[in-house]
Write a protein that binds this ligand. Structure first.
Ligand SMILES: Nc1ncnc2c1ncn2[C@@H]1O[C@H](COP(=O)(O)OP(=O)(O)OP(=O)(O)O)[C@@H](O)[C@H]1O
Length: 237
């Protein structure tokens, strides 16, 4: 039996001062070791769902469970430890342009107080995996968009997270670079990392053969996952 790493049960969310619920009863499961794409029109709630997983926001109602943690019950002091299990990748790379590639990837380890030696070893291993060891001294702005995103991915995996979350990671890339980046996610998935990618790149992901979860106006309308699908067929939902 597959095991859920992420389980959303009837999750509702609205932003303070926002215009009503953005998530309207989301049911969704991601199994340990699975790679899933999250699609939906602009404003459907994809980024919001990822934000809840990264604990950048907390759900107003319903339950989000990740690796056995009910996120509503995590105390503020437990959040940094929880976040260590998660690597986040953004559309606009979010790199520091006044620091080297090495320093950008090292940042999560520096924050967590790793030793100098461990940082060097881990950063070089991550850069090697994304094919950028030879650019460790470069400034991000001197790299191509695809290379900058690979630096972003190295930074996300350097802490060895259980779960990678990517929010429109290929939005600023041409089709060839976009495919390279998606392949890189697959390589991490091949070695056991669970991956959730919010994307508009439908043509690309349809060729890749992973489950596609579709959000429409704050609800999952297709590909919710085994658990929710079986509840649907039992008429529970
Ligand atoms: N900080 C915020 N405050 C108020 N409303 C917000 C905030 N962030 C997002 N929203 C609203 O929540 C809704 C869902 O936004 P979200 O960014 O999750 O959608 P999305 O599916 O990721 O869209 P896109 O594909 O354009 O990134 C939108 O209507 C948006 O305007």
């Amino acid at each position: 039996m597959s095991q859920a790493l992420v389980q959303f049960s009837q999750v509702f969310h609205r932003y303070p001062g926002g215009n009503g619920d953005v998530l309207k009863g989301v049911d969704f499961q991601l199994d340990a070791g699975e790679m899933v794409f999250l699609t939906g029109a602009s404003g459907a709630g994809k980024s919001t769902l990822l934000r809840l997983l990264a604990l950048l926001s907390r759900a107003n109602r319903g339950q989000v469970v990740v690796a056995g943690n009910n996120l509503a019950q995590l105390k503020r002091g437990q959040v940094p430890l929880y976040r260590q299990q998660i690597g986040m990748i953004f559309q606009n790379f979010n790199l520091l342009n006044d620091r080297s590639v090495f320093d950008n990837v090292a940042l999560p380890l520096v924050i967590r107080g790793y030793s100098h030696q461990d940082i060097g070893r881990r950063v070089r291993a991550a850069l090697d995996t994304v094919g950028l060891l030879h650019r460790e001294r470069a400034r991000p702005a001197t790299l191509s968009g695809g290379e900058q995103q690979r630096v972003g991915i190295a930074r996300a995996v350097v802490t060895k997270p259980l779960l990678l979350l990517a929010d429109e990671p290929t939005g600023n890339l041409d089709p060839v670079m976009a495919q390279e980046v998606m392949r890189l996610f697959e390589r991490f998935n091949d070695v056991g990392v669970s991956v959730l990618v919010a994307t508009h790149a439908i043509d690309l992901i349809e060729r890749m053969g992973h489950r596609i979860v579709h959000l429409e106006d704050g609800r999952v309308v297709a590909g919710a996952g085994m658990e929710a699908a079986s509840r649907l067929s039992l008429g529970v939902l």
